[in-house]
Design a protein around this ligand. Structure first.
Ligand code: FAD
Length: 338
């Protein structure tokens, strides 16, 4: 049997809210320790912000662009659970615009992507996980030592001995407030303030664009990042799909602007930054309300032992894909120390 801390009742059944990288990591690691895990996901499929949008001829990574694996344990984990063909190195050139507007190269680093799209990673990870999709958890109800989950349609699930919430802080806070846990919810006031939105677009150019880099961080009033999605391994686009991310300030100011207006302004900015005057043949967009955390506070995870509720996610650990993995791993090790 597994070891658990003395002060804690035995945990056998765990609910995980969210099937992004953090939720799937937690589920797989808990499963390895023989716990019964159910993952609840409000969207149609797993992946969260490691997202791809279907476009003509393929798909475009509209959320996370690539991920690092500074901790080799992360690559081992992905290869083991998602399979080593689900991801690979993006052998692109990466640069940034300095304050004077000049382009400089980023230092070399291994940047990984899902193949043939970012969601291949989370699809692979989820294949051995019990994910209940299209189930938005609205409330946690405590019955003695256990929890029942109530979804948006009034369905109940449980009982569970513990709950791990991996939603971004605003959604985690809402869930805790709805669950009569105001003190826990209040603890998220600060993280909620640090969450930044991001307007994303993908634009198709039938004729390849000549640019010095495949991934470019811009100094621009509108754009923060542009990337040639078609240069990633396993994409077989005829022309080129470019992904455009607006900066947080501009995205916040345009939170309620129509997608048509937003994409028009983002494409104009793209032409300004790249010097390209080709009009895109197709453009799709997505608004991320909770894209990234600007907080420098990195506690790793939160575990409220008295309630047997844990919080994990990128926003607790550096705000990136690899941080989501580290956060979930840290929380599982806290709940079930070796
Ligand atoms: C535009 C953009 C660009 C990015 N670029 C990069 C990059 O290049 N490199 C990098 O490392 N990172 C990048 N990131 C960040 C990266 O995507 C995240 O760090 C990582 O995917 C977060 O994983 P997570 O599991 O913590 O959260 P998420 O992926 O957000 O997963 C949370 C899940 O919880 C679900 N959920 C929320 N509330 C509920 C509920 N009540 N009931 C059920 N389900 C619920 C959501 O639907 C979601 O699937 C980017 C993010 C964005 C948006």
């Amino acid at each position: 049997m597994f070891n658990q801390t003395d002060e804690m009742p035995v945990i056998r059944r765990i609910a995980v809210v969210g099937s992004g990288l953090a939720g799937l990591t937690a589920a797989l690691l808990l499963g390895e320790r023989n716990l019964a895990v159910t993952v609840f996901e409000k969207s149609r499929g797993p992946g969260g912000r490691m997202a791809a949008k279907r476009v003509s001829g393929g798909s475009a990574d509209i959320g996370a662009q690539y991920f690092t694996a500074r901790n080799p344990a992360f690559v081992r984990f992905l290869a083991h659970h998602a399979g080593d063909t689900a991801f690979g190195i993006w052998p692109g050139r990466f640069g940034y615009q300095n304050r004077d507007g000049k382009w400089e190269s980023f230092p070399d680093e291994r940047r990984y992507v899902g193949i043939p799209r970012m969601t291949a990673v989370t699809r692979g990870l989820s294949s051995a996980v019990n994910v209940k999709a299209q189930t938005r958890v609205e409330r946690l109800i405590r019955n003695g030592e256990q929890w029942t989950l109530r979804d948006a349609d009034g369905e109940s699930y449980g009982p569970f001995d513990a709950v791990i919430i991996t939603a971004p802080p605003a959604q985690a806070q809402e869930l805790l407030s709805n669950s009569d846990l105001p003190v826990l919810a209040e603890e998220l006031d600060e993280p909620v303030r640090h969450i930044q939105p991001c307007w994303a677009a993908a634009a198709y150019f039938p004729d390849p664009l000549e640019q010095p880099y495949e991934g470019m961080r811009c100094q621009d009033d509108v754009l923060y990042w542009i990337a040639n999605n078609s240069s990633k391994p396993g994409r077989e686009d005829k022309g080129q799909w470019w992904v455009l991310h607006a900066n947080p300030e501009w995205s916040r100011r345009h939170q309620d602007t129509t997608p048509e207006q937003v994409t028009e302004e983002m494409v104009t900015a793209f032409q300004r930054v790249t010097g390209c005057h080709q009009q895109p043949g197709e453009v799709v967009s997505h608004r991320w309300l909770y894209a990234k955390s600007s907080s420098s506070d990195s506690p790793g995870f939160r575990w409220f032992g008295d309630h047997r509720i844990g919080l994990a996610g990128d926003w607790l650990s550096g705000g990136r894909v690899e941080g989501a993995f580290e956060s979930a791993r840290g929380l599982v090790n806290r709940i079930l120390p070796d």
